[in-house]
Structure formats: structure tokens, C-alpha cells
Design a protein around this ligand. Structure first.
Ligand code: AP5
Length: 228
């Protein structure tokens, strides 16, 4: 069994989670970040927060996300650059849903260099596409703390309520079955080529995301600890 990390052990670099919608990036990225007390930077969560707060950025992003398309770089890159500047990122962080195109990855590579970070590690979540629809349509997220559940696979103890804080569980608007197709198509066309990009740079590991949450997590932790 993989030992848990030592107290105060730092990540000291960026870890990127790459994989199709519903593969389990958020579930695993949050857990890895928690283990290292590092920030979990989900561009999807950041955008949803803007939408919920009704900011001008959120108003621009909402219809695009609702169609299952990628939000333009003019919105996403500024958001990421601002977030990395914060002091809590100084010992590394975990990206979930970023980068999503080769152009975003190239931009990020430069940004990390400017901030003096080592090259990022990339966790590539590989999964049978047949599993994704059930994972996506079954997902429920806590409105308070963002904990992720699944009504089929990882149900809360009390229906509709978060086990940790009792918060109400909600379904994401883009998790409707008719939006899943466009999201998967956007992934195949714009994001899947990133795997080859990072594989060439020698910093990517394929992780079988169809296994249990604990088994997937163990594979990721082994990778991160071996290659730091
Ligand atoms: P985003 O929020 O990043 O969504 P996504 O990439 O589509 O990924 P998901 O959140 O759907 O899935 P996940 O892999 O995190 O799975 P999860 O852990 O929740 O992006 C949303 C939108 O924002 C995009 O469409 C785009 O418009 C925009 N956007 C975001 N970033 C952008 C960027 N960089 N550039 C441009 N636009 C951007 O798990 C799924 C379910 O499965 C859960 O119910 C979970 O409980 C369950 N589960 C997880 N692991 C397991 C397991 N091992 N076994 C069984 N069940 C499991």
C-alpha cells in the first residue's frame, strides 16, 4: 500500500489532470491537492463560480459552457494567470481541466518557467468511453463544499445531501445527456492531442481511470511521488 505523504511534504510543481469529461479528474485532483495541502485549480469550477455570481466574465462564459464548447483563451488564460500569482500557489498546485488545447499548454509552459517552477507532471486519465455517460449523468456536486458524488456509483448516505457538510447536492447544467455529446466531441478534437504533446516531453503517465476511486488514486500518488 502507498504510504500517505509525510507532514509538510510539498508538491513543488504543477500537476495536470488530462482526460475526457467524467473520467474522474475532479475527484482525483481534489484528493491529490488535499494530500499535499496544495490548491486545486479547476478552470471549470472557477468559470461556474463566475456564472453563479453573475460577473461579466460569467455572463460571457455561460452560453458557451451550456453548449459544451470551450471558453475562449481571452477569458481562461487571464483567470489562470491571476490565480497562480496568489501566495498559496508558491509550493505547487493541481490543475483540473487546464490546459485543454496545445496553445494553452504552450502558454502554461512559459508561465511556469517565468514563475520558476519545474516542468509539470501530467496524469492522463484513460477510460472506456462507455463508462462516461453514467458517470456524467449520475454526478451530483455539493453546493457548499464542492464534494463530488454519483447517484449510481458513489451515492451520499442521505439522498441529496453532502456527507461532509450536509449541503444540498445539485446537478451541473452541462451534465444533461444532450450536452454530453458536444463535450466529448470538443475533448476529442481540441484536448486529446495534448496527450501526445506531453508524452513527447516525457512527463505523462497513463492511469486506468475505470478502476475504483481508491485504486486510481494510488496509481496517481505513486506516479507523483516517484517523479518529483
Ligand atoms: P470542467 O468542469 O473542467 O468539466 P470536464 O472536463 O467536462 O470534466 P468533468 O468535471 O465533467 O469530469 P471529471 O473528469 O472532473 O469527473 P469527476 O471527478 O467529476 O469544464 C466544464 C466546462 O468549462 C467545459 O466544457 C468548458 O466549457 C469550460 N472550461 C473549463 N476549463 C476550460 C479551459 N481550460 N479552456 C476552455 N474552456 C474551459 O467524476 C465524474 C463522476 O464519476 C462523478 O459523479 C464521480 O463521483 C464519479 N467517479 C469519479 N471517479 C470514479 C471512479 N473511479 N469510479 C466510479 N465513479 C467515479
Amino acid at each position: 500500500m502507498t504510504p500517505d505523504i509525510r507532514p509538510h511534504e510539498k508538491l513543488d510543481r504543477a500537476v495536470i489532470f488530462l482526460g475526457p469529461p467524467g473520467a474522474g479528474k475532479g475527484t482525483q485532483a481534489k484528493e491529490l491537492a488535499r494530500k499535499f495541502s496544495a490548491p486545486h485549480l479547476s478552470t471549470g469550477d472557477m468559470l461556474r463560480e463566475h456564472v453563479a455570481q453573475g460577473t461579466s466574465l460569467g455572463q460571457r462564459a455561460q452560453p458557451i459552457m451550456g453548449r459544451g464548447e470551450l471558453v475562449p483563451d481571452s477569458i481562461v488564460l487571464r483567470m489562470v494567470a491571476d490565480r497562480i500569482e496568489r501566495p498559496d500557489c508558491s509550493h505547487g498546485f493541481v490543475f483540473d481541466g487546464f490546459p485543454r488545447t496545445v496553445a494553452q499548454a504552450q502558454w502554461l509552459g512559459e508561465l511556469l518557467k517565468q514563475h520558476g517552477f519545474k516542468p509539470p507532471l501530467v496524469v492522463h486519465m484513460v477510460i472506456d468511453p462507455a463508462l462516461l455517460l453514467r458517470r456524467i449523468t449520475g454526478r451530483r456536486t455539493c453546493k457548499v463544499g464542492g464534494e463530488i458524488y454519483n447517484v449510481y456509483e458513489r451515492a451520499p448516505k442521505v439522498e441529496g445531501r453532502c456527507d461532509s457538510d450536509g449541503g444540498e447536492l445539485e446537478q451541473r447544467p452541462d451534465d444533461r445527456e444532450e450536452i454530453v455529446g458536444p463535450r466529448l466531441a470538443a475533448y476529442e478534437k481540441q484536448t486529446a492531442p495534448l496527450a501526445a504533446y506531453y508524452r513527447r516531453l516525457g512527463r505523462l503517465r497513463d492511469i486506468d481511470a475505470s478502476k475504483s476511486v481508491d485504486e486510481v488514486g494510488k496509481g496517481i500518488l505513486d506516479f507523483v511521488r516517484e517523479t518529483r
